[in-house]
Design a protein around this ligand. Structure first.
Ligand SMILES: [Zn+2]
Length: 200
């Protein structure tokens, strides 16, 4: 069994995971949001779709045991296990250079969209022109009964983890979200490492 691989704070990592394999992602410190994507290895234009997953499950937030679907409505990745009570956001786009520019930060502030592209480039894969909307693990976006959203610090705990079981060969991409302009990664706004482990 492999050891944990650290995804350093503010960076991303792409991992090939075959159907039948499982991948565990761990919130080492409890407060770190991890933007998550999956692309089919056979045809990367097929990707994990939050829009289709909400439609197929009739839920805003997937839970342990829920299937996640592709943009072609195919079963793609089972969210097999979720250790904690936190919701996982499916509504908010991955952060990009523009959100940081508008917040007065430099153009080279790391972003989840940049991390997605860099992580794929690192394993020799070309990123799609449009970055799909991610599954934002542990990102706390409560929705009130009137449909109004808010952005709150994570309620996940140190060591919380999720196990993904792809049902097709995929490359999964994770970004330890570099957002330090809101409390979305904790009230101290310190960005932290997450880790993953391929399970037998
Ligand atoms: Zn982000």
């Amino acid at each position: 069994m492999s050891e944990h691989t650290i995804i350093p704070a503010r960076t991303g990592k792409a991992v090939r995971v075959k159907a039948g394999e499982r991948l565990k992602i761990i919130n080492l410190h409890g407060t770190q949001v991890a933007d998550t994507w999956a692309l089919s290895i056979d045809d990367p234009s097929e990707y994990l779709s939050m829009e289709q997953t909400r439609r197929m499950n009739f839920k805003l937030s997937p839970k342990g045991g829920d299937m996640l679907f592709s943009n072609r409505r195919n079963e793609m990745v089972l969210l097999e296990e979720d250790s904690g009570p936190a919701h996982h956001d499916t509504l908010i786009a991955a952060c990009d250079k523009w959100v940081y520019l508008k917040a007065g930060r430099d153009e080279d502030h790391p972003s989840c969209q940049g991390n997605f592209r860099n992580a794929l480039a690192e394993i020799g894969m070309e990123a799609p022109a449009l970055v799909p909307n991610p599954l934002n693990l542990w990102m706390n976006i409560p929705v009130n009964p009137e449909g109004v959203l808010s952005m709150e610090p994570p309620v996940s705990r140190e060591g919380d983890y999720i196990v993904f079981a792809p049902v097709m060969d995929v490359v999964m991409v994770f970004s330890a979200c570099p957002a330090d302009t809101t409390d979305i990664n904790g009230k101290d706004r310190i960005i932290r490492d997450v880790a993953y482990k391929l399970l037998a």
